[in-house]
Design a protein around this ligand. Structure first.
Ligand code: TXA
Ligand code: MG
Length: 328
């Protein structure tokens, strides 16, 4: 269900006034600002508590709009956009001179994405320009996949939240760097690397020459409760041992609970990777609130459809249990 059309006009007016508007995309909710307005973009960093050196994705309606933000659009990028836009794909391209430094973090590139979600598209149409938007969460924390998560993360730091219900994909976009050195997978996401390669040619391994992805610290997307990845075969033993020691534990699994799992909070999200991804962040939030001492996470299969999920779980485990800094 789409929000009232009047709300899109109100959202566009707020964006033009330099305010922040949160909106759903098919991946996660974004925290949007007018990408041409450095003061508005600065508010994104303040609201998130995010370091200024971490560049933002500029959301656009389509490839024609993207071309205004890029100095050049290489043929491979054109092909990827023609195939996967609108959709969960972000392209990192050489920046046009007019892109504010606040958006690119001073890098020579700009990240561009045309989201498919009807609310995001309607907002872009009402606003008429590019919308800079990171995920609408506090820095390092779990990305929001429903409007209530944005409220919990950012509260009154945002002028308006457009509610589009639950995000249908639930994990952030695939990011592909497109430079003269070739194509590089900078962040795995909903579109697997093999589909990227099938359309645009082989991906080169990340090296010194490819764009940096400052948001790709090992610790990210993290709950506050300590979280630990466990091999499927070792899960019942690990859970049993923790329970025997008097811990209150939660298990995030893709397989069903064994008969002796009573006593722990067991959430089964699998066995399909699509439904796992859709529910992952909401479930991590729920378990983070469940007052357990630890979240045990069953390692997911080492197969391509699980690659983005495995990536986020690794980072969430690395960052879990940390006290997050408050914004200044
Ligand atoms: O699905 C998504 O991509 C969501 C929705 C809202 O579009 N957005 C999102 O934004 O995940 P954010 O800021 O949370 O993650 C974007 C990542 C960051 O790690 C950032 O450092 C990287 O993209 N990035 C942005 N611009 C870049 C650039 N010019 N070069 C390399 N990495 C860039
Ligand atoms: Mg993010």
């Amino acid at each position: 269900m789409l929000p009232d059309p009047v709300l899109f006009e109100r959202a566009a007016t707020l964006l033009r006034a330099g305010e922040l508007v949160a909106f759903p995309t098919e991946t996660v909710y974004g925290l949007g600002a007018d990408a041409r307005n450095p003061a508005a973009v600065a508010r994104i960093f303040a609201a998130k508590g995010r370091p200024a050196s971490h560049p933002l994705i500029v959301h656009v309606r389509d490839l024609a709009a993207a071309s205004e933000w890029a100095a050049t659009v290489p043929e491979a990028a054109r092909r990827l956009a023609a195939t996967f836009w609108p959709g969960p794909l972000t392209l990192v391209l050489p920046r046009a001179r007019a892109v504010p430094d606040a958006v690119t973090g001073g890098q020579p590139t700009v990240a561009l994405r045309a989201p498919a979600h009807p609310v995001a598209q309607a907002l872009l149409a009402a606003f008429g320009g590019g919308i800079a938007a990171p995920s609408a969460n506090r820095y390092g924390h779990i990305s929001p996949t429903r409007a209530a998560h944005v409220v919990a993360e950012l509260g009154d730091r945002v002028a308006l939240i457009l509610d589009g219900g639950d995000c249908p994909i639930g994990l952030e976009s695939t990011i592909v760097g497109c430079t003269e050195q070739g194509l590089t997978l900078l962040r795995p996401g909903g579109i697997p690397a093999s589909r990227i390669a099938a359309v645009a040619g082989p991906l080169v391994a990340p090296g010194a020459a490819v764009p940096r992805v400052p948001g790709s610290e090992r610790a990210h997307y993290a709950p506050r409760t300590p979280m630990q990845l466990v091999d499927p075969g070792r899960l019942p033993g690990a859970a049993g041992m923790a329970l025997a020691e008097g811990e209150r534990i939660a298990v995030l699994a893709w397989s069903p609970p064994p008969p002796d799992a009573a006593g722990c909070v067991w959430r089964q999200l699998g066995p399909e990777p699509e439904s796992y991804a859709r529910q992952l962040y909401a479930t991590l939030r729920e378990l983070d609130e469940a007052r357990v001492t630890r979240i045990l996470v069953e390692q997911v299969p080492e197969a391509e459809p699980w690659a983005a999920i495995a990536d986020r779980l690794r980072r969430a485990a690395a960052g879990s249990g940390m006290a997050l800094p408050d914004a200044p």
